[in-house]
Write a protein that binds this ligand. Structure first.
Ligand SMILES: [Zn+2]
Length: 556
């Protein structure tokens, strides 16, 4: 079936919407599309639900949640989400892994959480923008430098302004700018600013305000602080983060999640706020094991947000999504920063957080790669320009959105595929509760002892994490007996079995010095009375590990 869906291009909102509708129309038995609400500018926040309903309703299966493009500029993430939806649908019935996942589990995909912002960042002049539709570009700052395409070439890049106080100088290749060294006093120096005009210019200082918005990922309700960049007026003040939060609360079966971002080529894991030494060792071990799978499939290192992605550890990030979903709810949560220009250009990683100086050699490698693979969409030659406020300047440099932030379209498909592979493997690690064996032992006089074995077949425990137990969000596995046409004589019809361990707990053969293993299997028993040929049904229900039912006949 030709759905006209390509992964060597970036789709705008209408194009994406059209393709989501086409996919759901082509696979109505497996996919459902809903709008979670409207953005400030009236666009739909789409969610796709993917499962085979013939094997049970979605809410009775472990859920895997994926969202993309919470930040406007991060176009590649939306492509990964669309690719994942497309791959699951087009490979169902032929690919063993995909078929098993859609039969046993459910995927929830929010392919473009921030469509207003995405639309701005997708169109010339590529306003450098992470925000949503609350403020239009140029209205997201009060004063100072407002980014804009002042030379009218269709791109917002940089201005280099001659200034003896400047911290930059031209490199060996004068198209590149490198930092002036301490003690370096001879030469021509520059200040470098984003391309734009200065509001309320005093003729001296070029202030650059942080935009008011720009980070929906600080708008979540745990540990929220209005002082964070982009935190919003209150927690969940924005329609996009509100829709996301509502969706997660409405789907308590979500057992795993990934929030996609660019860039860096890294898989981020908790904790956002604490050192690894303060995390539950069991949770840390399972994050490490899952992260190794991710690294193997994507090539991206897996790192702790707090340990290796927090430039100032005295000020951990606040109000982030993972803070809420893992540290508060105990859901196993990752955030993948897809795409790393520098790795692609053959540069060794020296730091995971992006804000650090680059040497001339590194810049040369990256620049050569950009010229060859992105061309003038990625680099604008420095061009003299008479700035009405700053005098003679040059405008040019890297186009951030189409180099550092997103790959050239030709590389998109491979990036989508490898990232999707990790998503599928993480999803498959969910707890999976099964009623394995139900026996009816005849005791005479139409009395039967019913014995049901309930097991977790998944990698993860039914509580997912120690945090979920500590926070009291983990619900035990319930096993119920429905007597059908028989009569329940002894034991309550509904029994809380507590939690069933996953195989993640068993990291080595048993040892008296190791931790005590928790059971992966538990048993429930009842006494029923019924005519031979009547039946009872046993169901096991786990919030994260799904619901499974088995019927057994009494007597011969
Ligand atoms: Zn991001």
């Amino acid at each position: 079936m030709d759905l006209d869906i390509r992964f060597d291009t970036y789709y705008d909102f209408d194009e994406l919407t059209e393709r989501l509708h086409a996919l759901v129309a082509a696979y109505p038995e497996l996919a459902r599309l809903e709008s979670l609400g409207k953005t400030h500018q009236g666009r739909d926040i789409w969610a796709v639900t993917l499962t085979n309903p013939d094997t049970g309703p979605a809410e009775h299966k472990p859920g895997y949640y994926l969202d993309a493009q919470i930040h406007a500029e991060e176009h590649a993430t939306s492509a990964v989400a669309l690719y994942t939806v497309h791959y699951l649908l087009t490979n169902y019935g032929t690919d063993e892994e995909v078929t098993r996942l859609l039969d046993q589990q459910v995927f929830y995909v929010l392919p473009r959480l921030n469509p207003d912002g995405a639309e701005v960042a997708l169109r010339a002049p590529y306003y450098p923008w992470c925000g949503n539709g609350r403020f239009l570009p140029e209205h997201d700052r009060h004063t100072g430098l407002i980014p804009g395409d002042i030379d009218g070439d269709g791109f917002i890049v940089s201005m280099r302004v001659p200034d003896p106080k400047g911290e930059w100088k031209r490199a060996r290749d004068p198209r590149l700018m490198v930092q002036r060294e301490p003690g370096e006093e001879e030469g021509d120096f520059y200040r470098v600013y984003p391309e734009g005009l200065i509001r309320d210019y005093d003729g001296v200082h070029v202030p650059i305000e942080r935009p008011f918005d720009g980070n929906l990922n600080r708008n979540f309700p745990v540990n929220w602080s209005g002082a964070e960049y982009g935190a919003g007026e209150t927690a969940l003040s924005e329609p996009e983060s509100r829709a996301l939060a509502r969706f997660i609360l409405d789907h308590p079966n979500i057992a795993g999640m990934n929030a996609l971002h660019t860039h860096g080529g890294i898989i981020l894991r908790p904790s956002m706020t604490q050192s690894d030494a303060s995390m539950s060792p069991r949770d840390l071990a399972l994050y490490t094991a899952l992260g190794e799978v991710g690294t193997k499939l994507t090539g991206y290192p897996t790192i702790s947000i707090f340990e290796e992605f927090t430039p100032d550890k005295s000020q951990p990030r606040r109000g982030g999504l993972m803070d809420w979903t893992y540290e508060e709810m105990g859901i196993i949560s990752f955030a993948t920063e897809v795409w790393d220009l520098e790795t692609e250009a053959g540069v060794d990683k020296v730091a995971f957080y992006n804000l650090h100086p680059r040497t001339e050699e590194v810049q040369e490698k990256v620049f050569a790669w950009v010229l060859e693979n992105v061309g003038e969409q990625g680099y604008r030659d420095w061009t003299p320009f008479e700035h009405p406020q700053l005098g003679p300047v040059e405008v040019g440099g890297m186009v951030y959105i189409w180099t550092y932030r997103n790959p050239p379209p030709a590389l998109l498909r491979d990036l989508c595929h490898k990232n999707m592979r990790f998503l599928l493997h993480h999803a498959a690690a969910a707890p999976r509760v099964r009623v394995g064996d139900v026996r009816a032992e005849a005791l005479g006089a139409n009395l039967y002892k019913i014995r049901a074995v309930v097991s977790n077949h998944g990698y993860l425990p039914t509580n997912l994490s120690d945090v979920a137990i500590q926070k009291g969000t983990a619900k035990g596995v319930e096993v119920a007996l429905e007597p059908n046409d028989a009569e329940l004589v002894m034991n309550p019809p509904l029994v809380d079995l507590g939690h069933l361990a996953g195989r993640n707990e068993r990291l080595y053969p048993w040892s008296p010095w190791g931790q005590q293993w928790s059971p992966v299997t538990k048993v429930a028993e009842w006494l029923v009375r019924g005519e031979a040929g009547s039946s009872v049904t046993v169901s096991a229900k786990s919030e994260k590990g799904g619901t499974h039912r088995l019927e057994v006949a009494l007597g011969g």
